[in-house]
Design a protein around this ligand. Structure first.
Ligand code: BTN
Length: 329
């Protein structure tokens, strides 16, 4: 299916319903806000109904939205969205190979800072180190966020850590669970992975043109839904909490948290983020094995450097810096 383009008019209607909260909005009021006829408003409300929105219509009062749908369309994500720029432009597809691939194309074509590509299903989801990422229909958040920071490329790993903190905070807020971060950017609950982050760059030697932050979150799979090869190491928010989680609400929370932390990072540097990241880190102070392409490094995880590099204290007293590895506890 081609990407859903949210009309400007429907976007304005959704914003008006968001601001109105529990109040009813009359057809005339909606027509004024959207700058169209009442008939056009009614047609758009019918379109929203088809997407799964449930309206309550009361004579002489008007309409209010009482339920949003469970797809992650731009309308659904836009309803109640409080961020300023992240998620304000959404490219939605029901089924894609990988949202990263689309985000790369859109970034090349000039997509604005904060554009999000999201799909309800990925057929070739990609993970770190050329692995695949299982992304079944409707049960997870599969999205890629395009940011355009005015930074040199070597600072990109810090943005991955900024993202990990934002996602942890959002999961905590929406589910009440206590996720932890396994360096560099796996998010675990009770020792099992629920979220992976894949950061890719479009840059020249001096400047980042765009950073594409791919986020995959297992949300509403039941534990039995995971394929055998990952069943023992993966979990979902539903499996961990026993409750179904609204993907759109979680995305909204991620956008707000990420935007705030991203601006903190741009204005005040990495230090405040580093402190937060370390407060959520799973392995600090513990004995770990870092499996790198050059072999295993064994020792105590001390923390991260200002570049987001992991420091490991070996038994012989030497502190090793690890740039890329799989961590085993
Ligand atoms: C990891 O290996 O832990 C990172 C996984 C990242 C998966 C996400 S899902 C959305 C985006 N599209 C992809 O193909 N990959 C990322």
């Amino acid at each position: 299916m081609a990407g859903t383009v949210q009309t400007e008019l429907r976007k304005r209607l959704i914003e008006a319903f968001t601001e109105a909260g529990d109040e009813y909005l009359s057809g005339q009021h909606l027509a004024d806000i959207a700058g169209c006829s009442r008939t056009a408003v009614w047609k758009h409300i019918e379109e929203l109904r088809k997407e799964g929105f449930v309206f309550e219509a009361v004579k002489k009062k008007g309409y209010k939205i009482v339920k949003a749908p469970e797809k992650v369309t731009p309308d659904e994500i836009g309803f109640g969205l409080k961020s300023e720029f992240i998620g304000r432009h959404i490219h939605y597809e029901e089924k894609v190979e990988s949202t990263q691939k689309i985000a790369h194309r859109l970034a090349t074509e000039g997509a604005v800072n904060g554009t999000v590509v999201v799909a309800d299903e990925q057929t070739s989801g990609r993970g770190r180190m050329d692995r695949s990422w299982h992304s079944p229909k409707f049960s997870g958040i599969w999205m890629s966020i395009i940011l355009r920071p005015n930074l040199p490329p070597h600072q990109a790993p810090q943005l991955t850590l900024v993202t990990a903190v934002a996602v942890v905070q959002a999961i905590e807020e929406v589910t009440g669970l206590n996720p932890q971060i396994k360096w560099p950017n796996d998010i675990l609950i009770d020792g099992r992975k629920t979220t992976g982050i894949l950061t890719e760059l479009q840059a020249d030697a001096d400047r980042i043109h765009a950073i594409i932050i791919g986020i995959g979150i297992n949300v509403n799979q039941s534990q039995e839904d995971f394929p055998e090869e990952i069943a023992r190491i993966a979990t979902s928010l539903l499996a961990a909490s026993g409750k179904t989680v609204s993907r759109a609400s979680l995305m909204q929370e991620i956008f707000v948290r990420l935007e705030k932390l991203y601006l903190t990072y741009l204005n005040h540097g990495f230090q405040p983020i580093k402190l937060l990241w370390e407060s959520y880190a799973l392995s600090l102070g513990k004995e770990i094995i870092a499996r790198t392409v050059a072999g295993d490094i064994k020792g105590k995880a001390l923390g991260i450097t200002d570049e987001g590099v992991l420091k490991i204290l070996q038994e012989d007293g030497e502190v090793r810096h690890v740039y890329s590895a799989d961590i085993h506890l």
